[in-house]
Design a protein around this ligand. Structure first.
Ligand code: ZN
Length: 295
């Protein structure tokens, strides 16, 4: 049986047992702690780039903050969601479509832990982020494969980068985020070489939701990664009419062939996935356009 089918069967079995037990008062799964308020993952519509907010009870994490001119929009979104401080801020890698807005976030919010890879870039964008961290006296936490961090009742584990690479993209921090039985995979802009190392590092990266690597580029979402991740859903964060033609046909075709349902910020705006640990609900239906980005 494929992993996805096994998970579905397990969920069905759990639901039956809960019914037999009399209404599910004892919602419990495989010895993990009981679920609290649920977890929300918001894939922000910030044009070409990534910015993802994770909320779990009173805890929050931000993965990337979009381009330089998107910091204020990300700040406003976080405030609209009642976020006052961030437990974790991850800058997946130093490209401007990921850390451009991060300086604003670091200035405006108390951030308990900031994590960026051991890879620097000689750009104003990168220096701005370091200056913001200096001004708040924050130290960077380097990602270490296999390290796990608690975010309320959720847990995330570092799955990348697995070594030092030449390209900024391949040095992206990757994480596997889990709440109850539901698992979300983020790989930043990691491309094929880094994806092979992610798939081969021995960590279980099977997931329900996969944020398509590198905005749906053909250079990411390789077969090795998709075989290991086996997601039911993919979320593509990219800008309408972006300069790169994201998402590329190869990626969309792979998703379609594998029966992966696709959500996209360029067509659908901000995508929100909510989970109680057993099921995932979305703020919109999956995209059925299968349209590649235009070049
Ligand atoms: Zn990017």
């Amino acid at each position: 049986m494929k992993l996805k089918q096994m998970r579905k069967a397990a969920a069905l079995l759990a639901a039956c047992i809960m019914l037999l037990a009399g209404g599910g008062l004892y919602a419990h799964d495989q010895g993990q702690e009981q679920h609290g308020a649920g977890m929300e993952v918001h894939f922000l519509d910030i044009g070409q780039g990534d910015a993802t907010l994770v909320k779990c009870g009173s805890h929050a994490m931000l993965i990337d903050a979009g381009e330089n001119d998107k910091g204020v929009a990300v700040q406003a979104y976080l405030q609209s969601q009642g976020v006052e401080s961030l437990d974790y801020v991850i800058g997946t890698h130093p490209d401007s479509d990921h850390i451009g807005g991060l300086d604003v976030i670091i200035y405006k919010f108390d951030c308990r832990q900031v994590m960026m890879p051991d890879y620097s870039k000689d750009t104003k964008t990168y220096r701005d982020v370091l200056a913001a961290m200096d001004s708040k006296r924050y130290k960077n936490t380097l990602p270490k494969i296999g390290d796990s961090y608690k975010l309320g009742d959720a847990v995330f584990t570092v799955i990348a980068p697995n070594k030092a690479y030449d390209s900024a993209n391949d040095n992206s921090i990757g994480i596997l985020l889990q709440y109850g039985e539901k698992r979300f995979l983020f790989t930043g802009d990691a491309e094929e070489e880094a994806e092979q190392d992610i798939a081969g590092n021995g960590l279980d990266i099977s997931c329900d939701v996969y944020q398509a690597g590198h905005h749906g580029s053909r250079t990411s979402s390789s077969d090795e990664l998709l075989d290991a991740a086996d997601p039911a859903y993919a979320v593509i964060s990219c800008g309408e009419n972006n300069d790169y033609g994201h998402p590329h046909a190869r990626t969309l075709n792979n998703f379609r062939r594998r029966g992966i349902l696709v959500y996209r910020t360029d067509e659908q705006g901000t995508i929100v996935a909510k989970t109680d640990g057993e099921t995932i609900t979305w703020n919109c239906a999956p995209s059925e356009s299968w349209q590649t980005g235009s070049l």
